[in-house]
Structure formats: structure tokens, C-alpha cells
Design a protein around this ligand. Structure first.
Ligand SMILES: Cc1cc2nc3c(=O)[nH]c(=O)nc-3n(C[C@H](O)[C@H](O)[C@H](O)COP(=O)(O)OP(=O)(O)OC[C@H]3O[C@@H](n4cnc5c(N)ncnc54)[C@H](O)[C@@H]3O)c2cc1C
Length: 599
């Protein structure tokens, strides 16, 4: 039977995802554990802390950075002029920010991801343009070289990138390859003698493209001996013949200081020595690098949300209406309290996620996707609430809030739009239990396969269904929350199993179901990080003889989060999805397209 075009596309996507994500056995991470009903506490509890020596290094770096930023960073001017001045870039290089996680031997500072996140939080708190510039250069630019470069490549390229003498960019996006990153059309054809690849095509929306001296560029190459092509990463320099900068600075709404460019490669001859990572594994390079980038994204958003909270508090405590300061009104209090709770959670989640990288967990894709979606959405809420508290004054050009609002909007779109990542979280997470069910189902249809694998899978599903996991906290005052969290993990697992049994393979198309599962998973992760941080702070306070009662923001976060989890799980079976999709289909003119989604 001939497969439909949609089915062929879907099979292709599954094959690509399998190749990228699921090669080889890996240790069970926190998020994958959640989907299996397993609370792998070890990855999040006790709360990860820097060693004293690491903390001292961070403190020194932050002191130097703060002094530099106080003296030289002018976010309003950067926004107005749509440019980050060269002396700011040079200064960031001098204080080590541009090569911070690179080893000391190549001129970096050898910082861990947790340490680096602390530094980027500081930049994110002040100016989003500078944060995105730094992220593009370091977290997704240099990082590709650090992770996938050969010894020769590192020696050749890294030293000048460490101090900003040269800058890096990361070029994946094209007109046809935005969210659908695997659809890269740029071609890299091997030369006849095999010494070069000839690159042709166009890239757009590339941060730093016009100011970078080294660009990691994704292009499609034929794979020798195979009847298919795949994406490969190349190191390209703008002085190569045929490199054409079409638009060095695309005018834009926010993060206006960053140079976002569009360029074309016309028969650009790139030596084969410039291939970064294995031939045909460019998507793996891209996704791994983006994974790192998402932790610093979380840190930058946390910094920006802290700024919003500070501005909101200042205004609420000074502006009077009805003979009272605004902070006396419950509807203002509600916004500020929510912000404080979210900021506590954002910081905790960033710290735990960064520690997964530092501790060597191999696969943390779900956690970094959760962090990206969570922190960007919470920052947007914080900006919105802060703007509202400032009333009309936020709307005028002498307030920083217009810039902060314009800057923050990119976060939900860039480095994987939140919709794509929400689906990703649910689908990759559900794959574990899904495979176990498939084993059972296939064996029921064909008992000759032998029962042992299906028996093992059945036992695992059964044990997750009857066993409530343990959430280990040290402080008695958190024990009740810990047991509520454990029960919610159990309920979540039950809900995932139920969705898999009820909808089977079509669940891969049901984004409204996926969204609820992803929200519940994200909140379970966020609350775990909050409880872990809270527990460790209580322990430290108790040890130092302080009053351990000042954790109202953490307490509020956990309460609100439990509510959200219950709501997401309840809505899996009680919702208006059918009506919603019918309405969308009717107005879009796509009637009948959503037959899978009648939950
Ligand atoms: C300022 C800026 C800087 C950037 N810097 C870089 C860079 O340095 N390097 C680089 O390679 N790229 C960069 N990008 C590109 C960025 O990563 C893409 O914009 C992003 O991946 C989204 O792609 P797109 O814009 O083509 O949107 P589209 O793919 O057209 O998506 C538009 C919207 O459709 C929805 N959508 C899409 N697919 C799905 C789906 N499967 N399910 C549900 N909803 C969906 C989402 O809401 C999404 O926001 C940058 C973009 C901007 C704006």
C-alpha cells in the first residue's frame, strides 16, 4: 500500500529523531525518569552547589564584570543606536566572558556551566542585546568548536575567539528551515578531488553574522555509499570567496544591539579540514550546542526577571494613588508575589539543569527544553506584570520597560519556538513508556516473538502504576510537600500511561494532549528544583542558627505549581479540544484535518 505524503514525512521525522536522540544506552535522567514514574532524586537533590574554590572564582569574575558593566554598558544607547559598541565587546573579552567555559590552555577560564550561568544571569539582568550577543558567540558559537572540534581546529580557531579578537556565529536557520531545522537546503557538494566542499545557499536571522570571523554553518552533504544526504557542520569564514553578506543588520523590534544578518554562499570552497564533527552529523552538532545555549538562556531570563521584580517593587513602594502606595493593593501584591515565586523557581531550575551538564549526564535534552520554555514564559509574565504595575509611565521612552518588553519577546521564538519544544518534551518523554507498551502490544499480536521482553516491560509498567516514588528532603517542614510531589509524580505517570493506551500512535499528532503532559512535567521539574533549593537553604540556615522561616516565595511557588499540575492532568480528560479544533479548522479552512484530536 502506498504511503501518503504526510505519513512519509512523519516516518522521515521519526527516523531523524531516532538517529539524533536515541542512539545507544544512556543513564536515566531526571525528566525521562518522571515519564516512567521514577523519581531519580539524585540528579536534583541535594541542591547542586559550587565548591568553595569555584564560588570564589565566580565571585571574582562577577566583581570584575560588574565594575566593567557599571562603567561601560549603556543598554538605552545600545537599543537606540542598534549596536553594541566595539569597546564593550573588547571589555567583555578582557574580563573573560567571551571564552569563559573554554579550558585555560586555550585562553579560557575553565568555568563549569553552573559558574557560567551565574555570569550570564548578571548580563541578562542588565541588557538582553549584550546577553544574546554573548550567547551567540560563546554558548552556541565557540561551544560547537569546543565539543566537536579536532585538536587542529581548536588550536587554529579558539585562541582568538577567547578574548573577542575574533567573534563566532552559528548559522542554521534558512527560509525553509526555521522550526523545521532538519529541512536545511544549503548544499555542500564535494569537489572532484575530495579536498573541498562547495557550498551554495542562503542563511537568515543569524546573530553576529556580519561581525563574526568564524561561522558554524549547516549544509546538506551527500553521504558516501548511501543513497541519501544529511546535514554537516562547516567552519566558514567571511573572507572566503563567494561569501556575500546580503543584509548585515536586519532592522528589528528588540535586542536591537545584536547584528542579525542574512548571507548567501555562492560556490564557496570550504576545505574538508573545516568540517566540524562527523560528516552527516550536523544536526547532532546543532542540537547539542543548542542544549548548552538553553541553560544560559535560562540564566539570562532569570536575570531579566529579577530586574523586572526590582523595578516592580520600587514602583509599588513609591507611587501613590488613592492616598496609598500601589503595593497596598491586593491585585498589585498578587503580581509581585507571583514574580518573586517565579524568580525563585527560575534560578533553581537553571542551577539544577546546568549541574546536569557539569555532572556528566549524557542526555539532558528534555530538561534544557523545559528550562527554555519555562524561563522564557515566566519572564514574559514578569515583564507584562511589571509593565502593568508601572501603568502609563511604562509606555514612554524614558522608561526602560519598553526596551525590556521588546527585548523579551524573542525568547519564546528563538533557539526552538516554545510550541515546538513543548511537543518535543512530551514526545521524547513519552517514548520510554511508549516503547514498553509497544513491546507488550506487539507480543500480544504475535506471541511467537517470545514473552520475556514483554514480561519485563509489563512488570516495569505495573510497578510504576502501584508504587508511589520517594522524594527525599531533609527538613521536616518540607516532608508534607515532598509526599504531595511524590503522589503527583505517580499521578503523572498514570496519566501518561493512560494517554498512550487510549490514543496510541496518533498521540504523536495530538499537540493539545502533548501540551498538558509537557506542562505537568515542567512543573514537576520546577517544583523539584524549588524544593531542593529550599531544603538546602533551610539546612544551611538551621546550621547557622538563623530563623528558617523566610521562604514565603518558595512556599507560594510550590502551592501554585501543584495546582497547575492537577489542572493539567484533569484537563487531559475534561476539555474543549474538539470544539477548539473545529473552530480553528472552520476559520482556517482546514476542516477535517484535526480528526485525531477529539480528546
Ligand atoms: C533575533 C533573532 C536571532 C536569531 N539568531 C539565530 C542564530 O544566531 N542562528 C540561527 O540559526 N537562527 C537564529 N534565529 C532563528 C530562530 O532560531 C528561528 O526564528 C526560530 O527557530 C523559528 O523559526 P522561524 O522564525 O522560521 O519560525 P517558523 O518555523 O515559521 O514558526 C513560526 C511559528 O509557528 C509555530 N510553529 C512552528 N512549527 C510548529 C510546530 N511543529 N508545532 C506547533 N507550532 C509550530 C510556532 O509558534 C512558531 O513560533 C534567530 C531569530 C531571531 C528572530
Amino acid at each position: 500500500m502506498a504511503l501518503s505524503e504526510t505519513e512519509i514525512q512523519r516516518q522521515k521525522e521519526i527516523q531523524q529523531a531516532e538517529e539524533l536522540l536515541f542512539s545507544g544506552r544512556q543513564e536515566l535522567g531526571f525528566a525521562k525518569g518522571l515519564f516512567l514514574g521514577d523519581f531519580v532524586a539524585d540528579w536534583a537533590m541535594p541542591y547542586p552547589r559550587l565548591s568553595d574554590a569555584q564560588q570564589a572564582d565566580v565571585d571574582r569574575a562577577l566583581t570584575e564584570l560588574r565594575q566593567f558593566l557599571d562603567e561601560h554598558l549603556d543598554p538605552e544607547a545600545i537599543d537606540r543606536e542598534a549596536d553594541i559598541p566595539r569597546h564593550v565587546i573588547d571589555g567583555l573579552g578582557r574580563v573573560g566572558v567571551l571564552g569563559m567555559t573554554a579550558p585555560k590552555e586555550v585562553g579560557g577560564r575553565g568555568f563549569s556551566q553552573m559558574q557560567y550561568c551565574k555570569v550570564l544571569e548578571e548580563i541578562g539582568a542588565r541588557d538582553a542585546s549584550t546577553a544574546v550577543f554573548t550567547n551567540a558567540h560563546h554558548s552556541i558559537g565557540i561551544r560547537a568548536l569546543l565539543l566537536f572540534g579536532t585538536k587542529d581546529q581548536k588550536e587554529q580557531w579558539l585562541p582568538k575567539l577567547m578574548n573577542g579578537e575574533q567573534l563566532a556565529a552559528f548559522a542554521l536557520t534558512e527560509r525553509e528551515a526555521g522550526s523545521d531545522a532538519a529541512n536545511v537546503q544549503m548544499k555542500a557538494t564535494p569537489s572532484e578531488d575530495g579536498s573541498h566542499f562547495i557550498l551554495n545557499g542562503e542563511k537568515r536571522y543569524i546573530t553576529n553574522a556580519a561581525i563574526a570571523q568564524v561561522l558554524t554553518v549547516m549544509a546538506r552533504t551527500p553521504i558516501p555509499g548511501k543513497d541519501k544526504d544529511a546535514i554537516t557542520a562547516f567552519l566558514v569564514t567571511p573572507d572566503m570567496e563567494g561569501f556575500e553578506m546580503i543584509q548585515p543588520r536586519m532592522p528589528k523590534l528588540g535586542i536591537r544591539g545584536t547584528a542579525t544578518g542574512r548571507f548567501r554562499l555562492n560556490n564557496v570552497r570550504v576545505p574538508k579540514e573545516n568540517i566540524l564533527g562527523p560528516l552527516g552529523k550536523g544536526l547532532r552538532v546543532a542540537l547539542t550546542v543548542l542544549d548548552f545555549g538553553r541553560t544560559t538562556f535560562g540564566a539570562c531570563c532569570t536575570g531579566a526577571a529579577k530586574t523586572c521584580l526590582r523595578l516592580a517593587i520600587e514602583h509599588a513602594n513609591s507611587r501613590k494613588q488613592f492616598k496609598k502606595t500601589l503595593g497596598n493593593f491586593d491585585l498589585v501584591k498578587k503580581k509581585i508575589a507571583r514574580m518573586a515565586a517565579d524568580v525563585y523557581a527560575m534560578e533553581a531550575m537553571t542551577q539544577v539543569t546546568a549541574s546536569l551538564i557539569d555532572r556528566g549526564l549524557e542526555d539532558y535534552m528534555i530538561e534544557t527544553a523545559m528550562l527554555k520554555v519555562f524561563t522564557t514564559e515566566r519572564l514574559w509574565d514578569a515583564v507584562n506584570d511589571c509593565f502593568q504595575i508601572h501603568g502609563g509611565s511604562a509606555y514612554f521612552d524614558d522608561s526602560p520597560l519598553g526596551r525590556i518588553l521588546r527585548d523579551a519577546r524573542i525568547n519564546q521564538i528563538g533557539e526552538g519556538s516554545n510550541e515546538v519544544l513543548t511537543s518535543f518534551i512530551a514526545l521524547v518523554g513519552m517514548r520510554g513508556p511508549g516503547m514498553e507498551f509497544k513491546e507488550i502490544y506487539d507480543t500480544m499480536l504475535k506471541p511467537s516473538r517470545g514473552l520475556s521482553k514483554a514480561w519485563g516491560a509489563g512488570l516495569k509498567r505495573l510497578s510504576a502504576a502501584v508504587k508511589v516514588p520517594e522524594v527525599p528532603v531533609r527538613n521536616d517542614e518540607l516532608k508534607s510537600y515532598a509526599s504531595q510531589l511524590a503522589r503527583l509524580v505517580w499521578r503523572f505517570n498514570f496519566a501518561v500511561d493512560k494517554a498512550l493506551i487510549l490514543y496510541r500512535e496518533p498521540v504523536m499528532e495530538m499537540q493539545l494532549i502533548q501540551e498538558r503532559i509537557a506542562i505537568a512535567a515542567m512543573e514537576l521539574f520546577a517544583t523539584t528544583c524549588v524544593l531542593s533549593r529550599w531544603d538546602s537553604e533551610l539546612t544551611a540556615l538551621g546550621r547557622n542558627g538563623h530563623d528558617a522561616s523566610d521562604h514565603v516565595a518558595a512556599d507560594l511557588y510550590v502551592r501554585r505549581s501543584f495546582r497547575k499540575i492537577r489542572e493539567a492532568l484533569r484537563d487531559l480528560g475534561d476539555n474543549d479540544d474538539r470544539a477548539l479544533l473545529q473552530t480553528a479548522d472552520a476559520v482556517l479552512g482546514t476542516s477535517g484535518a484535526s480528526q485525531h484530536n477529539g480528546a
